[in-house]
Write a protein that binds this ligand. Sequence first.
Ligand code: FES
Length: 520
Amino acid sequence: MDEYNDFENGSLIPGQTHSLWIDTTHATDFPPLQRGITVDVAIIGGGIVGVTAAALLKDAGLTVAIIDMSRIIRSVTGHTTAKITSLHGIIYKHLLKRFSEDKVRTYGEANQSAIDKIESIVKSKKIECDFMRTPSFTYTELSENLRTVEAEAEAAQRVGLPASFVETTPLPFDVLGAVRFENQAQFHPRKYLLALASELTGNGGYIFENTRALDIDDGEPCVVFTDKGELMAKEVVLATHFPFYDKGLFFSRLFPHHSYAIGVRVKGDVPDGMHYTEDGKHYAIRNQPGKAGPMLVISGGYHKTGQGGDTMAHYEYLVRHTRERFDVESIDYYWSTEDYDSADMLPFIGLSPRSQHIYLATGFAGWGMTNGTLSAMLISDLILGRENHWASIFSPSRIDPVASGKEFVTENLNVAKQYATGLLTPPSARDLAELAGGEGKKLVINKKEVAAYKDEQGTVYSVSPICTHLACTVNWNNAEKTWDCPCHGSRYNYDGTVIHGPALRDLKKRDPETGEDREV
Ligand code: FES
């Protein structure tokens, strides 16, 4: 991978954010779906879940095909911070209030096993991906959060995790206290997954890009209907972040949030370890080696998707917060990502409700490297008929009102409020003349709502602001030039092209002069 530009200088330009992981690895160029292919397992989505599951299943002798609506390892997995750890902020303290100690122990054990699995794959396949073992910390700088951090260390110790409470960390600024987990890990996610993907094609293995799955027939065989034709398979894995084939009402059980990351060069040494705090808008720090020396990957600015207001302000917060703590030389990368939380704080992994052959994995709450890897391990065991005692705690069919009741109600009230806000909020501009180059706004033209974006050259892209999933009104994301849905997290490019589900269809094109729908 050395021929690629490590740490090219960049700058924050609205709509031109880019990820360190994507910028420092080669692009993929797999063909779209070819007709007439039948495999044992069709995997929809080429991120860490899909690529890892495909590798495990192919190694077990099955034929597999990955299809991705865009390019593999670019979407959520291409925009991660790639911390491989079972320390997920403050979680064990909360899980112990909702579940038995045995279940919480299983959650920790499954995530620890995912770290070991990644390491064993790296070693056995000799993958050069900057994998290294390193400690992980959840710290606080605030006295009011100190007891919570101490309690998290106690809870994690209780369920057998390698945890301790410490008062110092490798960070170059003081913290009041931290949970420390030993022997966690970090890597370059695309170097790792591109290496796995390179072994997938041939001998019954396929990768198809620019192929959008539209529906699935859960039969024998299953049929995956796509915009490029049909794919037949005995089993189907939905590795799409949000399961668009939604037989479990996941739109009411998963809650999207958005966060931001920057790649930073600092003067002097970079701290070892992976560091995370839930103080304020959350903040995370880890280092990443590169040809021109190490960088810091810093993330934070947590908010609900489509509800972040001026999204440039979240990058500005991250930059300001970083400059207050580090001697910054340059900020070379900016990117953002979206994750889904579940109401009971556990991911959904396994056989889809009311399905015979369709498996899903979702709700990783931002901890996708371990949760994604354990998803691939669990789903491949289920498909191969192997016993796996993690299955029941992650079952997508579980219903536990005690564990999820309060969050379920609060989050769904928030969704109801977003519907009402979309209906009642007046347009942000009266006509197109008010739109400056590079701006997106909602307006009413001939009594029709229009979401319009004008590029720097003056070309206007106008679409319906009504989300094609369940008809919530989208909001403008000025940092990334996207229309984001505040209800269940669908995202669309400025021209209305869907870039993130659950929506499957693009926003309707609307005429900027008449407001009428346009046929495409
Ligand atoms: Fe569900 Fe938009 S994502 S209505």
